[in-house]
Ligand binder design. Structure first.
Ligand code: PLP
Length: 419
């Protein structure tokens, strides 16, 4: 069967698809220690709130029938959009109205829409790209472009913090923003590293975007005000040139597939059109489950009191266990400032991160090899092959067992090269 060029791009051999298939097969093995994907924890206190809300929907006279029986508008559920507008006006004083919000079937879908809206081939024949100012960056961006090569990324500066910790910073001296750049995008907190770009970095990037009259896309899937998986100082900001992408997934609702995009009205209208063509209307379950929590502001309390402390404790525990297991190995962990991952860098690792992944998989520990997280970075950089990403959302026993095996394999790799 021969597929179109478009079809081959998506049904073919793209890296993320292969990796996902591989992870899926590995996970089905009995006893597998799954530290690979991006699944959030199941937090009982949070799940109870959504279970209660579902029970109230089922008990009410019409809510359940309305939820299952009607398409929402292509922009998304209007009641939820209005509740979100009031929420962001009240909490942050943002100057937005319903014309500034669209919902999508998960924020991943929003990135597919946004990147293809803003990058690729333009009517005048020019090719435009999205600038990712700091690699490593989210693996999920890698293959979303209908055209190839829609990203340009730059190597970061590395700050050594002592005690086997480090932090990436944007290297502003190397960024080139010419006419071929049509938007700037960062995830904050960053998947895979747990980095939270500083307020100064964010302001600088925002100013650069504004000065070049291009959008600044902020992937806030783990950020403020919900799910608030941020352990350092941060403040969300919105201006008309900012495209703020949020999600209900890491709040504990990945199955509800709900992304929330806050942007200037022309971008929202385009997303509305894309929703209409691709899926008629976005999913209504996420909006129905989260509506009350947004209206009352409970969503912020949930995030602050349950979600954030849950992950912060897990991050600290995982770092402590790595310290215990790795001893004097030449390793560094990106300072965990947010998201649900640890990013480990094994300096001068004698094997590639892919080989380390294979060896760990053979011992039923599933992580993601780091070289996948450099979309748009063509520069040769050994660092790309020396890192892995580990999800720490699982229960303690699983994380503990996984860390022990990772440490054993890493030590083995270093010691065999010294023999
Ligand atoms: N952005 C980042 C940084 C992510 O890690 C993820 C999922 O893991 C997404 C976006 C997409 O999430 P969803 O489509 O579930 O909203």
């Amino acid at each position: 069967m021969t597929f179109s060029t478009f079809g081959q791009k998506f049904a073919g051999e793209c890296g993320i698809l292969q990796l996902m298939a591989d992870l899926g097969t590995a996970v089905r093995q009995p006893g597998a220690i799954m530290l690979g994907g991006g699944n959030p924890s199941h937090i009982t206190a949070v799940q109870e709130i959504f279970r209660d809300r579902m029970a109230r929907i089922l008990d009410s006279e019409r809510d359940f029938e309305d939820l299952i029986g009607n398409y929402d508008t292509p922009q998304g559920n209007q009641t939820f959009i209005h509740a979100l507008v009031e929420f962001f006006q009240r909490e942050y004083g943002w100057d937005i109205g319903p014309q500034n919000i669209a919902l999508t079937n998960g924020s991943q879908t929003a990135f597919f829409f946004l990147f293809n809206l803003l990058a690729g081939e333009f009517p005048d024949g020019t090719q435009k790209r999205i600038l990712l100012p700091l690699a490593p960056e989210y693996i999920g961006y890698e293959d979303v472009g209908i055209s190839n090569d829609i990203f340009v990324a730059y190597k970061p500066e590395i700050e050594f913090l002592g005690d086997h910790l480090f932090k990436y910073h944007v290297d502003f001296s190397s960024l080139v923003i010419d006419d071929s750049i049509s938007a700037i995008c960062v995830s904050r907190p960053t998947n895979p590293t747990g980095n939270v770009l500083t307020q100064t970095e964010m302001r600088h990037l925002s100013d650069l975007a504004k000065a070049h009259n291009i959008p600044f896309i902020v992937d806030n899937a783990y950020g403020l005000p919900f799910p608030n998986i941020i352990f350092s100082e941060a403040q969300p900001e919105w201006e008309p040139h900012i495209v703020m992408c949020m999600s209900l997934s890491k709040l504990g609702l990945p199955g509800a597939r709900t992304g929330i995009i806050i942007a200037d009205a022309p971008i929202i209208r385009a997303l509305e059109g894309m929703n209409a063509v691709v899926s008629l209307a976005p999913n209504g379950f996420g909006p129905a489950l989260a509506l009350d929590a947004v209206r009352t502001g409970e969503i912020m309390r949930l995030s602050r009191e349950h979600i954030r402390p849950h992950y912060e404790k897990k991050a600290q525990q995982a770092v402590a266990w790595f310290r215990e297991e790795l001893g004097d190995v030449d390793y560094f962990i990106h300072k965990p400032e947010g998201a649900i991952f640890l990013w480990l860098w094994f300096r001068d690792l004698p094997i590639s991160s892919q080989e380390l992944y294979e060896r760990l998989k053979a011992r039923q520990v599933i992580i993601v090899p780091g070289h996948y997280f450099f979309p748009g970075l063509t520069a040769v950089w050994p660092h790309k092959q020396q890192c892995i990403r580990m999800n720490y959302a699982q229960d303690e026993a699983t994380i503990r067992a996984g860390i022990r095996i990772i440490a054993e394999e890493v030590k083995k790799a270093y010691s065999m090269s010294n023999e």
